[in-house]
Design a protein around this ligand. Structure first.
Ligand code: COA
Length: 430
């Protein structure tokens, strides 16, 4: 049996990028060709030409790896692609805290996508709705005609519903919802093809005219959730006791639950992690974003996707739930070598498992930001991460990097001009 690998790789950030890459490649069993995709942006000019139109080049972003994740008893290293400093560090830090409480427990639904066919000019809308319901079996069979591969893998059409909008500025309309299990694919193409295929039959049955035939990004039958507990002792800092930190996090959580102004920022923090994972794995992060925010507004008022509460001893438990329509096959994963390498590092076996990991990352990212906000404030860590980048951009070599960073932090002057001056001073001294 393969020995159990731990993702709690302490001080990974103190190694060079090449050393980190080597460590992660060894951890994940990447072949040299796969590891090289992490270094050369993972996308050849030819492959780029296969992905979109009018290609004129490629555009790289950093890929980092979040450590410490223990999800459903399994260790994960999480590749994250993002331009914002401190996200990867905060995510790793929070995963370390939750690990101290036994790790994250996550679950996810089957990969059920929902698609809509909009029907208008219907003579009798209630009769049409009833008729569509009575033809459900035939319509589902017809939808499956377009997806033999997915059906062979156990997926395909699972249900049909109707929704009536009797009075709209465009007249009465009936919307048929097709639910479709897309297995390990995000499934946009599969469901859109199925919708276009059944639209003529829906027109015939309803006596109406089909207009839109397209998936909904509010994929609320494709939910993922994650939960984790941080023991009160792990929450304390040099200045604050664990109970006080937990209490401040609960207060912050409650504000996000009741106030859309805070909820928007709270959820943005969650999506810092989830989007970065979507980017790394070649998933459609706009689809996931749209679904998350529509779900957050499902009761008519925009609210938080997560919540945090303390028990009597002060242990802090967080929970997150959101729709996650994502895949591990098809889409960009077909050509993007970087995305393929990221999926191999994750070693997820299904889209459902990736959704569990994404929910766990969202929960950890949320905790990372809330913990910082409730203790030292967000700027300290942010600027500390930023200081390193500024020092590097100013030309600080590894031997003076820490000195330049620490001096800027101590002085509270984290600026390019100051970094350049410190680099010049160090060079004069050498
Ligand atoms: N790179 C990667 N991970 C880092 C890191 C870095 N430079 N610095 C800290 N970490 C992670 C590691 O997992 C570390 O554990 P390890 O030492 O076992 O590897 C863990 O955090 C704790 O390290 P510590 O040195 O105690 O962290 P810190 O107190 O200096 O905190 C931040 C630094 C950035 C993690 C913290 O300030 C933070 O979480 N800030 C919030 C940032 C945020 O939410 N940003 C996004 C929204 S603006």
């Amino acid at each position: 049996m393969e020995p159990r690998k731990s993702s709690a790789i302490s001080k990974l950030y103190e190694r060079s990028p090449a050393e980190r890459r080597e460590a992660v490649a060894a951890w994940a069993g990447l072949e040299p060709i796969e590891a090289s995709a992490l270094d050369d942006c993972g996308l050849s000019a030819n492959d780029a030409e296969l992905m979109i139109e009018n290609v004129i080049g490629r555009f790289a972003l950093p890929m980092g790896v979040a450590t410490n994740f223990l999800i459903n008893g399994r260790d994960y290293l999480i590749p994250l692609v993002i331009e914002e400093p401190s996200v990867v560090a905060a995510c790793s830090y929070a995963a370390k805290l939750i690990r101290a409480g036994g790790g994250i427990v996550a679950s996810s639904d089957e990969s059920i996508m929902t698609g809509q066919v909009q029907l208008l000019d219907i003579p009798n809308i209630e009769t049409a709705a009833a008729s569509i319901t009575s033809h459900q079996e035939t319509l589902l069979r017809r939808a499956n005609e377009t997806a033999t591969n997915i059906v062979a893998r156990g997926g395909g059409a699972t249900g049909l519903e109707t929704r009536v909008f009797a009075d709209t500025p465009a007249g009465a309309m009936l919307v048929a919802h097709l639910h479709f299990d897309t297995r390990d694919a995000m499934g946009a193409n599969a469901i859109n093809t199925a919708l276009e295929h059944i639209a003529p039959a829906l027109e015939e049955i309803s006596g109406g005219r089909a207009n839109l035939r397209i998936l909904s990004n509010l994929s609320d039958r494709r939910m993922a959730r994650a939960r984790g507990t941080i023991p009160v002792d792990a929450l304390g800092t040099a200045e604050l006791c664990g109970h006080g930190v937990g209490e401040a996090i609960v207060e912050a959580s409650v504000l996000a639950e009741i106030d859309p102004y805070r909820a928007a920022t709270h959820n943005k923090g969650i999506m810092n992690g989830i989007d970065a994972l979507m980017m790394a794995t070649g998933n459609d992060w706009r689809a996931v974003e749209a679904g998350a925010h529509a779900y957050a507004a499902r009761h008519g008022s925009y609210t938080s996707l997560s919540s945090w509460r303390q028990d009597e001893q002060g242990n802090l438990t967080g929970h997150i739930e959101l729709p996650l329509a994502l895949g591990i096959v098809g889409g960009a994963t077909r050509v993007h070598r970087g995305a393929k390498a990221a999926l191999k590092i994750l070693a997820v076996e299904s889209a459902r498992e990736l959704a569990q990991v994404a929910a766990a990352v969202g929960l950890a990212q949320n905790l990372g930001a809330l913990r910082a906000l409730a203790t030292e404030g967000i700027q300290r860590g942010h600027m500390r991460m930023h200081a390193r980048q500024i020092a590097l951009a100013a030309g600080a070599e590894p031997d003076i990097l820490q000195d330049v960073v620490q001096t800027m932090i101590r002085e509270g002057r984290i600026r390019p001009e100051r970094a350049k001056a410190l680099v010049r001073e160090s060079e004069r001294r050498l």
